[in-house]
Design a protein around this ligand. Structure first.
Ligand code: AMP
Length: 288
């Protein structure tokens, strides 16, 4: 497995692969890998000649009061996991390699990026769109793999790729969960043992909403109330948002149809967790 820290090194290798007619799958991450990240790399390995993963904690997508400094990092451990899985190249630049001192160009979006997480984290999607545009320009992938766990991010990136004519396919991969239903996340490492137990309330509330939809409920307001009431039963949970939106535009809807997104962000202590399902997805398996 090749590990590149500079744009020049990465470009040289990509150039060789492209000259040989090989296809490239890209899996962008912020590192501290878990099975969710690895599932993207597995999907890429199945579809492409070469799989490239990036490990970059992108300062541009963190707000001033957010967890940039304490975000967990362990590149050595990440590389061992990726090597075992058969990743061909890891691109892990320093922030100074990606952003020169006088950097001043941004990729910004309206609409799709403005509600849900975009409301509570106003700089995040501008940071995500800008860094992914750079990574796509550097690594020239045929396909890019992203998790459905970050459903709004996936919708934002699909729209960016369409609007700006990026010549690549964006592939959405299913959310990988812990045995009790909690969506895997690098941020789960922040949770103290009692918080980790409390965090089950997200997937449980989503599962119950799935059951209500399966039983015929289509009223978005009623489903949101049901989920909020259930989350309120967990004293450690502080709701950021619970919303039901159109799966492409991310705009609120009133009547739930297949393909709509049911999404929530909830703070457990100081840790902000997100989770979601798409109406029509298989039922989330939660601990009883
Ligand atoms: P992150 O390192 O958190 O920026 O995530 C990198 C990529 O992995 C994003 O496309 C995420 O959506 C995806 N990802 C994170 N957690 C999961 C999960 N539990 N299941 C599937 N994909 C995930």
């Amino acid at each position: 497995m090749i590990i590149c820290k500079t744009i020049e090194e990465a470009r040289a290798i990509i150039g060789q692969w492209k000259a040989a007619g090989q296809t490239i799958g890209l899996c962008p991450t912020m590192g501290y890998l878990h099975e969710g990240h690895l599932s993207l790399m597995q999907a890429s390995r199945a579809d492409n000649d070469r799989t490239v993963a990036t490990v970059f904690v992108n300062p541009m997508q963190f707000g001033p009061a957010e967890d940039l400094a304490k975000y967990p990092r362990d590149l050595e451990r990440d590389c061992a996991m990726m090597e075992e899985l058969g990743v061909d190249m890891v691109f892990a630049p320093e922030a100074s390699e990606m952003y020169l001192d006088d950097f001043c160009t941004f990729v910004d979006m309206t609409g799709v990026s403005e509600g849900l997480c975009g409301r509570s984290r106003p700089v995040m999607f501008r940071g995500v769109c800008t860094v992914l545009t750079k990574l796509i320009n550097i690594l020239d992938p045929n396909r890019m793999y992203m998790g459905k766990k970050d459903a709004q991010q996936l919708a934002v990136v699909r729209r960016m790729a369409r609007d700006l004519n990026f010549d690549l396919e964006v592939v959405g991969c299913p959310t990988v969960r812990e045995e009790d239903g909690l969506a895997k996340s690098s941020r789960n490492t922040y949770l103290a043992p009692d918080e980790r137990l409390a965090a089950r309330c997200l997937s449980r509330a989503l599962r119950h909403a799935q059951e209500s939809i399966a039983a015929g409920e289509t009223d978005a307001a009623a489903l949101i109330e049901q989920m909020k009431a259930e989350l309120a039963g967990e004293p450690m949970a502080d709701i950021d948002y619970v919303e039901i939106v159109d799966g492409l535009s991310m705009q609120p809807i009133e009547t739930v149809r297949e393909g709509d997104l049911v999404a929530m962000a909830v703070r457990i202590g100081n840790t902000r967790l997100i989770d979601n399902f798409i109406a029509g997805d298989p039922l989330i398996e939660v601990a009883r």
